[in-house]
Design a protein. Structure first.
Length: 184
């Protein structure tokens, strides 16, 4: 499941969340990084198009169309059913665009911002990607009853990103790290 902003243009700096959710497949069995990227891109593009076709109010304010008594009964029934079944997803992946300029607190420059998100009962894993300046930071939160070791996942993400960068012709991660360290 992927949270998606449905905030209309012109409301970027307003308060409150305006989100909906997309459920999309992830091509985890695809060995070729470019082919995996292409297989992931098409369902995401299609889902985003479907979301854009509906007004944000339909995606976020559907509860206002349901009478309160009916909504309460529906909520109780949903909670009862969910408590006896597994949720339809087991992974949430979020991408949060952050600022391109450096942030400061009491004169100290923020170097990285590692996102921490939440998991709910039955959803075992949440991976949140946050961009900041010229890099991304990744936060992984897992239900220890469902995911016993996230460190192997961290290494797998690093390896997959290195393979994708090599496949698209970006410079080696080692030379970027060395170059980034030279300006500190």
């Amino acid at each position: 499941m992927i949270p998606v902003s449905v905030r209309p243009p012109g409301e970027e700096r307003s308060f409150g969340n305006r989100i909906s959710f997309m459920v999309v497949p992830i091509p985890t069995t695809e060995a070729d990084p470019l082919h995996a990227l292409q297989r992931a891109h098409e369902p995401l593009r299609s889902a985003k198009e479907r979301h854009r076709a509906l007004p944000a109010e339909y995606l976020t304010d559907a509860s206002s169309l349901i009478p309160p008594a009916m909504l309460a009964l529906s909520a109780r029934t949903t909670i009862d059913v969910l408590s006896r079944t597994r949720p339809p997803v087991n992974l949430v992946i979020s991408n949060i665009p952050g600022p391109r300029e450096a942030l400061y607190c009491a004169g100290a420059r923020l170097e990285a911002a590692f996102p921490v998100s939440v998991i709910v009962d039955g959803v075992g894993l949440n991976i949140t990607v946050l961009s900041y300046r010229d890099h991304i930071d990744v936060g992984i939160v897992a239900d220890r009853e469902q995911v016993d070791d996230t460190w192997s996942m961290v290494e797998g993400i690093k390896t997959a990103l290195d393979e994708l960068e090599a496949a698209v012709g970006l410079e080696a991660p080692e030379s970027r790290t060395a170059a980034a360290g030279s300006d500190r």
